[in-house]
Design a protein. Structure first.
Lengths: 291, 270
C-alpha cells in the first residue's frame, strides 16, 4: 500500500483508552477523541492534568495497546495486523515529559547516536547527524559529546533528549510538556530553538501543555481536551476568543490574554484573542482615544 | 506493549471497603502468622485443599475480583512451575525401584518426586496467596501500625522495631512504583527504536536489561527524596509517635481469628 498523499499525516477516529483495563484500578483516560493533523501543521494539545493529553500523543506512535478506535498515519491504520510499528516510530519523534526516561546511553554523543544507529544508518552519516543535532540545540558538539548524561542539568537533559529525536529526522515531532521545570531563560531559549527547528525542517509539530502561554508561541492550532474528550479545536485566535471557558478548564492563558480579561473590568468589549503585548497595547490605545 | 501493572498484583492495595479491609490490621497479621505456621505443618494434598479453601473464602469476601488476582499471578505461577520442574527431575530423596516412571542419567521422574514437588508447590502458592490477600486488603499505614504494635514490646530489648518495620513496608510498597517506572521507561525507549513489543522471549528479556541502569538511578533518587521528605517533616520513629487513628479489634475480628486458627488446625489434622 502506498501512503495516500492527500490523507492527513495523523488521524484519530473514535479513539478510546482505559488504563489498567480489567482491574479494580481501571481508569478511563480517553472517552472519545477524533481529530486529524495535516502535514506541516503546528498543533497544541491543551488541557488540565488528567485530561488525556499524554495518552493521545502516545497513541500516535502506537505506544499503547490500541483497542477501541483507530489511529492512522498517512492514511494507514497503525493498529492493523502486520503494520510496521518500527517504521512508524522512525517517523514520529517523541519527546516525553521526563527526559530521563528516554535517555538510553550514558554519554551524550552515544545517546543521540542511538536512534540513527538502531535505524541502520551508517557511522559517518550518524556522526554528522549527532553533531548537527547537538549544535542546533545549543549544545556544542565538541564540548558535550563525551559528557555524562546524568551529570547534566534538567534543561540540558531535555535538550539531549530532543537532539536524540531530531537526529532521527522524523517528519513529526511530538513534545510532551517541553517547558515544564525550566526557568524563564531556559524556556525562552528552548522556545527559540524549537521554533527555528520547526521552520528549518518543515516539521509537523505537536505540543502538549497545560499552559496555552507556551503553546501559543509555537503553534497555530489548538485542540483542547477535557476528561478525555475534545472540547475545542480550531485556529489559535479562534480558541482564544473563548478565554473564559479555557480559564474555567484551568488552562493557563498567555499573559496578554490574562491582562485583557482583567482589563475587561474597565473595557468590557476588550477582545481576548491577543497574542502579544503590542496587540493588547494597541487595543487599549484605541479605546483610550475614544474616551 | 509492556503492561506489567495490569499483570502484576504483588504489593498492590485495592480498596473495596469490604469486611476484610475494615478488620484490625493486627488481627489480620496474626491470622497470617497462624497460616504461615500452618503452611509448614500441613503435609498432605487434602490439607492444602482445605487451607486454600479458606483463602478463597477470604478472597470472595474481600470483593476483589478473582480474575484480577489470577492474571496478576500468572508470571509468578509460571516461574514456580519452572522451579518445580527441577524439583521433580533432580529429586534427591530415597525412591524405591518401583517408584520410577522415567529415568535418563541423573534425571528421573518418580512418584515420590512428583509428590514432594506438588506439596512444595502448594505450600508456596498458599503462602503467596495469603500474603497477596493481606497486601491487597491492607493499606500501607495500617500495615505499618499493625506491625509496630505487634512487635512493639521488643523495643524494650533495644530492637529498632519501628525502623525495621518501616524499611520492610517501604520495600514492599516500592514494588508497584518500580513497575510503573519500568513501564514508563519501556514506552519511552520503544519510541526511540528499542522495540519492547517485538521479538522472541529471549530478545525481549535482554532488552529489559537496558532498563536496569535508569531504574537503579531513579530508585536511589526516589529513596533520597523520600528520606529528605521525612526529615523535613521531622519524622521520628518509635515511641515518640502518637497515632491519629487508634486501632481497636472488634469481637467479630477475634471471631475471624478464632475461625482461622480452627480451620488451620483442621487442615493440619485431616
Amino acid at each position: 500500500m502506498t501512503p495516500d498523499s492527500d490523507a492527513p499525516i495523523i488521524e484519530l477516529r473514535g479513539f478510546r483508552y482505559t488504563y489498567l483495563e480489567g482491574t479494580p484500578r481501571a481508569n478511563e483516560a480517553i472517552r472519545d477523541v477524533s481529530f486529524e493533523i495535516r502535514r506541516g501543521e503546528r498543533v497544541a494539545i491543551v488541557g488540565p492534568t488528567r485530561s488525556g493529553k499524554s495518552t493521545v500523543v502516545d497513541s500516535f506512535a502506537h505506544l499503547l495497546r490500541l483497542k477501541r478506535g483507530q489511529v492512522f498515519y498517512e492514511g494507514e491504520d497503525v493498529g492493523a495486523p502486520g503494520y510496521d510499528r518500527g517504521m512508524l516510530r522512525r517517523k514520529i519523534g517523541m519527546v516525553f515529559q521526563r527526559p530521563d526516561s528516554q535517555l538510553i546511553e550514558d554519554v551524550v554523543g552515544a545517546d543521540v547516536a542511538f536512534g540513527p544507529t538502531a535505524a541502520g544508518i551508517g557511522a559517518e552519516e550518524t556522526r554528522r547527524r549527532v553533531e548537527e543535532s547537538l549544535n542546533s540545540l545549543g549544545l556544542p558538539y565538541p564540548e558535550f559529546r563525551l559528557r555524562y548524561v546524568h551529570a547534566l542539568s534538567g534543561g540540558q537533559r531535555r535538550r539531549v533528549a530532543i537532539a536524540g529525536v531530531i537526529a532521527m529526522r522524523t517528519p513529526v515531532l511530538v513534545l510532551d510538556e517541553p517547558m515544564a521545570g525550566l526557568d524563564p531563560r531556559g524556556r525562552r531559549e528552548l522556545l527559540g530553538l524549537l521554533r527555528r527547528l520547526a521552520d528549518d525542517r518543515d516539521l509537523t509539530l505537536v505540543v502538549c501543555s497545560a499552559s496555552l502561554g507556551d503553546a501559543s508561541l509555537l503553534c497555530d492550532r489548538v485542540v483542547v481536551l477535557d476528561e478525555g474528550r475534545v472540547v475545542m479545536d480550531g485556529p489559535l485566535r479562534e480558541v482564544l476568543r473563548e478565554a473564559d471557558a479555557l480559564a474555567a478548564l484551568d488552562v493557563t492563558l498567555p499573559e496578554p490574554v490574562n491582562g485583557a480579561l482583567e482589563l475587561r473590568k474597565l473595557f468590557p468589549d476588550l477582545p481576548a484573542d491577543l497574542l502579544t503585548e503590542e496587540e493588547l497595547e494597541a487595543e487599549l490605545l484605541k479605546r483610550l482615544d475614544v474616551a | 506493549m509492556l503492561e506489567l501493572q495490569r499483570n502484576v498484583v504483588f504489593g498492590q492495595f485495592v480498596d473495596t471497603g469490604s469486611v476484610i479491609h475494615r478488620m484490625d490490621p493486627r488481627i489480620k497479621l496474626a491470622a497470617m502468622f497462624v497460616m504461615l505456621v500452618a503452611s509448614f505443618l500441613i503435609d498432605s494434598f487434602l490439607g492444602f485443599a482445605v487451607a486454600l479453601l479458606l483463602v478463597v473464602l477470604i478472597q470472595v469476601s474481600s470483593l476483589i475480583p478473582l480474575g484480577y488476582v489470577l492474571r496478576g499471578s500468572a508470571f509468578f505461577l509460571g516461574f514456580l512451575l519452572f522451579v518445580l520442574l527441577f524439583q521433580v527431575l533432580f529429586y534427591p530423596g530415597e525412591v524405591p525401584e518401583s517408584g520410577y516412571l522415567w529415568r535418563w542419567g541423573i534425571l528421573s521422574i518418580s512418584t515420590e518426586g512428583l509428590r514432594s514437588a506438588g506439596i512444595l508447590g502448594l505450600r508456596v502458592i498458599f503462602l503467596y496467596y495469603v500474603t497477596t490477600m493481606l497486601m491487597l486488603t491492607t493499606s500501607l499505614v495500617d500495615l505499618t501500625n499493625g506491625l509496630e504494635l505487634i512487635f512493639g514490646p521488643l523495643q524494650r530489648l533495644r530492637v529498632p522495631v519501628n525502623e525495621l518495620v518501616l524499611v520492610f513496608v517501604i520495600a514492599i510498597k516500592f514494588v508497584p512504583i518500580f513497575i510503573e517506572e519500568v513501564e514508563r521507561l519501556a514506552r519511552a525507549q520503544t519510541a526511540r527504536g528499542v522495540p519492547f513489543d517485538e521479538g522472541g522471549a529471549f530478545t525481549r528479556a535482554r532488552r529489559l536489561g537496558r532498563l536496569l541502569v535508569p531504574i537503579f538511578i531513579s530508585g536511589f533518587h526516589r529513596a533520597d527524596l523520600l528520606s529528605i521528605a521525612m526529615h523535613t517533616r521531622c519524622y521520628r520513629g518509635g515511641r515518640y509517635r502518637t497515632k491519629f487513628r487508634q486501632m481497636s479489634a472488634r469481637p467479630s475480628d477475634w471471631a475471624i481469628l478464632a475461625l482461622v486458627v480452627v480451620w488451620m488446625l483442621a487442615a493440619w489434622q485431616v
